[in-house]
Design a protein around this ligand. Structure first.
Ligand code: CA
Length: 223
């Protein structure tokens, strides 16, 4: 899951980014409305955390502009304590939810999970591979392999989820970087190999195949 955090208070922005990364979300940051809009129109985000008070374009304008252009990405607005009119304007502009500053990080996480749940429950609550080979519960964020629970870190979960969503097709390293790390990925890093190795240790060597020079493919063994 990839999230764009739009927040001009740089300290808050980097605290949010660090926290979200630790919970397995890939995050990018924009510090003003103009670059937020440009990023949200070009990058495939799964959610926006959008501050209302921004230099240049404010958050409400960014939200309205995205909706006018047909973008349905879930938007969580951050508003000031007493600005009731901001909340109303944000929801009218097409935001899905709002959070009043200052907020506890745990509450932000809960709102994000709720928005993802609303999205994915409408679409697909679980991913399955083969008959019982692999089952990924997207609401509880649990994985079972042939009925047995498998403990994954948030980042491992994010990688596996992406691979299984694209089962039987080759996922390039670039796609994994875009959807699991975002722009924060360090070029030249071997972190993908490290995570794939760890996933293989937990799920067996056969599930995730390396397609040399291209990327990875998940396939039911002997299928
Ligand atoms: Ca602000």
């Amino acid at each position: 899951m990839r999230i764009l955090v739009v927040e001009d208070e740089r300290r808050l922005a980097s605290v949010l980014q660090k926290g979200l990364n630790e919970h397995g979300y890939a995050t990018d940051i924009a510090h003003d409305g103009q670059s937020a809009l440009a990023l949200a129109l070009t990058e495939p985000y799964d959610l926006l955390v959008l501050d209302v008070m921004l230099p240049g374009l404010d958050g409400i304008t960014v939200c309205r502009e995205l909706r006018n252009r047909g973008r349905t990405v879930p938007i969580l607005m951050l508003t000031a304590r007493d600005a009731v009119e901001d909340r109303v304007a944000g929801l009218d502009a097409g935001a899905d939810d709002y959070l009043v500053k200052p907020f506890a990080f745990a509450e932000l996480l809960a709102r994000i999970r709720a928005l993802f749940r609303r999205e994915s429950a409408a679409k697909q609550p679980a991913l399955r591979l083969g008959d019982r080979e692999l089952e990924i519960d997207l609401l509880k964020r649990e994985v079972r392999q042939r009925g047995q629970p498998v403990e994954l870190t948030p980042r491992e979960f994010a990688i596996l989820e992406y691979l299984v969503r694209h089962a039987n097709t080759v996922v390039t390293r670039t796609q994994l970087i875009d959807h699991v790390w975002g722009l924060a990925f360090m070029p030249g890093s071997n972190v993908i190999d490290v995570y794939i190795r760890s996933l293989r240790r937990k799920l067996g060597d056969e599930l995730i195949q390396t397609v040399r020079g291209v990327g990875y493919r998940v396939r039911v063994p002997n299928d």
